[in-house]
Design a binder for this molecule. Sequence first.
Ligand code: NAD
Length: 444
Amino acid sequence: MKKIKNYINGQIVAYSDKTLDVFDPSKGEKISEVTISNDDDFLATIKSAKKAFYDWSQITPLKRSRIISKYKDLIEKNIDQLAQLISIEHGKTLDDARGSVIRGLEVVEFATGIPHLLKGEFSQNVGTDIDSWSIRQPIGVTVGITPFNFPAMVPMWMYPISIACGNSFILKPSEKDPSCGIKLAELFSEAGLPDGVFNVINGDKEIVNKLLNCEDVSSVSFVGSTPVAKYIYETSARNGKRVQALGGAKNHLVVMPDANMDQAVDGIMGAAYGSAGERCMAVSVAVAVGDIADNLVQKISDKAQSLKVAPWTDPSSEMGPVITKEHKDRIYSYIDNGVKEGAELILDGRNISIQGYENGNFIGPTLFDKVKSDMKIYKEEIFGPVLSVVRAKNYEEALDLVNNHAFGNGTSIYTFSHLALTLCKLCLFHLNYLDLLNIYNHLI
Ligand code: NAD
C-alpha cells in the first residue's frame, strides 16, 4: 500500500508510523495511507524551515524570481500528472483538476515579478528635515493550512508569494488528498529551490496545533471551513502571529426577468454543479426575480438531468463524486431537512447508482424550488451539488436577500445585456458583491 510521507529538507521522510487512510471517492476504496506526523516530524520540519530561511532571505529577489520562473515551466510540463493526482484522491474530473492547477499557476507567474513587487516607498519632508521610507522584508517561517477541495490551487495561493518574498514555507495539506502537495514541493526542488525552503508536513488537527503554538512560526494562512477558520485565527493571533483565515461560503446568483434564460442556465450548470458543488465560490442559491421562476426552474432541471455523473476516468464525465462517505451522508441529511422544512424537491440526486462504482460517493445534481430564507438549506453551506431556487418579487427583494445573508462571498447577476453578463461573470472571481451591484447599477 502506498504511503504518503512528508517532504522535509528536500527529502521524502516520515518518523511517525501512525497513518490515516486515503480513499478513492469514486469507488469508496482505500488507496493509500498518509502519515499523521508526530513530534519528531514536527521538530525536523521546523528545524529545516528555520535553517533554510536564513540563506534564502539573503538571496536577491531577482535570483529568487529566476527559480520561480523555472518552477512555472516545470508545473506546465507536469500539469497532466498533477491533475491526475488531484482526480485520483479528490474525484473531480480531469478538466476541473487541470483548470485548478492553471488558476494556481497564475499566482506562480505573478510571483516571478517579485523584484518589482517588493519595492518600498519613500516620502520626503514628512516633518522638518525628516524623510520617511518603507521596505518589504521577509518575516521568517510561514505556514499554510489548506482544505481538500483544491489540493493544488489553494496552496498555490500561498507559498509562491511567501517564498518569492524570501520566507520559508511549511504546507499542511488536507489529509483527504495529500499527494499533490508533495509533488508540488518536489518540482520546486527540481527548479533549484534550496532544501528546507518549502516543506510539507502531513497530519490532522494535532499537527496544526503544534504549528499554531510554535514560536518559530511567524505567520499562518488558512483556507477551510468557518469554525476551523475562527479557531485558527484566534489561536494564531493570541500567539502573536500574522494570520489570515478564509472560511466557508454561500453564493447567490440573481437572474433578472430580462436575462437571456439559456445563457443564465448554462452559467448555473458549471457554477452550481461543477466540482460536485465542492467549491467555496459555487453558486448554491439562484434568485429568480419576477415571474420567470417556473421557466427558470424547468430549464435548470432539464439541463441538470443531462449532466453526466461519472468517475474522472470516464473522459465524458461532467461531475464526479463528493470527497467522503461522511460528507455524502451530511449532504443527504441537508436534502432530508430541505424536504422536511417544506422546500419543493424538483431533482433528487440521492441514490444515484453508477455501474461498477456502487460504493462511490456520487450524488446527482439536486434542485430545490421555493426555498425560504429561514430554511437550513438556505442558511448553511452544504458544499455539494445542491442548488436552491429562491423566488423574489423584484430586484430590491433579491438584493436584500444577498445583503442579509451571513455569507456574502460572491454574487453574480444575470441581466439583459451581454456586456453585463460578461462583467458579472468576471466579477464573480475578482470583486465582492457590492462592486458587482455598483456595476449593475451603472448599466441600468
Ligand atoms: P476543514 O476546515 O475541515 O479543513 C481545512 C484544514 O484544516 C485541513 O488541512 C484540516 O486538516 C485542518 N483542520 C480540520 N479540522 C481542524 C481542527 N479542528 N483544528 C485544526 N485544524 C483542522 O475544511 P475542508 O473540509 O477541508 O474544506 C472545505 C471548506 O473550505 C468549505 O467550508 C469551503 O467553503 C472552504 N473553502 C474556502 C475557500 C475560500 O477561499 N474562502 C476556498 C476553498 C475552500
